[in-house]
Design a protein around this ligand. Structure first.
Ligand SMILES: Cc1cc2nc3c(=O)[nH]c(=O)nc-3n(C[C@H](O)[C@H](O)[C@H](O)COP(=O)(O)O)c2cc1C
Length: 195
């Protein structure tokens, strides 16, 4: 398969997998997951090459403890379901973080662009999130879903800095069932060559 075909196939086969088992797939190690994520963190572009992104991987007791606290913080039974499944049915969580001090530094250094830098940081962080999700989804048996319980920063104590904002969580484990059906809207690209 050509490289482009491989990339397109990876993008198409990454899916939201809610049905997980709290273990790593056979033949997949935590080290591998860390190394893949590390490579993506390194190579993802950012505004002015500012590299505002950071990643933490939670496993074991840390993963369980954080998600159980999310469950406790949510008042409704329905609202508790997703975080409870993360606590009980997933192996780990990849936290995608932006260092807001980097954004502040850029705003001071380039005042003309100040208003744009927060969005630039989140854009770059989103690229890390989706590239990581896409790459890890190619590991046989791997499953994950993306969540936004960003207030869980409060349950991490001094493991996360004051200037750091959690943008998303990729909850992962062994895929226990395939993704649901997905519909696609008609969204043909328009090519404009004269106005
Ligand atoms: C920016 C973004 C935010 C998302 N937020 C959530 C979320 O908070 N909870 C959730 O269960 N899924 C979330 N998703 C997953 C989407 O619902 C999912 O990607 C979409 O329905 C398409 O399905 P697929 O991932 O299987 O292709 C998010 C996805 C993206 C890209």
């Amino acid at each position: 398969m050509s490289t482009v075909k491989t990339i397109l196939s990876s993008i198409a086969t990454r899916r939201t997998i809610y049905s997980l088992k709290p273990e790593l797939p056979a033949n997949v190690t935590l080290e591998q997951i860390k190394d893949i994520t590390q490579a993506i963190l390194k190579d993802t572009p950012s505004a002015f090459n500012s590299q505002p992104n950071k990643v933490i991987i939670l496993t074991g007791e840390a993963h369980k403890q954080v998600w159980n606290q999310v469950v406790e913080a949510i008042p409704t039974e329905d609202g508790k379901k997703r975080p409870q499944s993360a606590a009980d049915e997933a192996y780990g969580t990849i936290l995608f973080i932006v260092d807001d001090a980097v954004t502040k530094g850029l705003q001071e250094g380039f005042p003309a662009w100040a208003a744009a830098f927060p969005d630039f940081a989140v854009t770059s962080n989103g690229a890390v999130q989706i590239s990581t999700w896409t790459a890890l989804s190619q590991l046989p048996g791997f499953g994950a879903h993306l969540q936004h319980y960003n207030f869980l920063k409060g349950f991490l104590g001094d493991k996360i800095g004051e200037n750091e904002t959690i943008q998303a969580q990729l909850v992962f484990g062994t895929k226990a069932a395939d993704a649901g059906e997905k519909t696609y809207k008609d969204n043909e690209i328009e090519v404009i060559s004269t106005l």
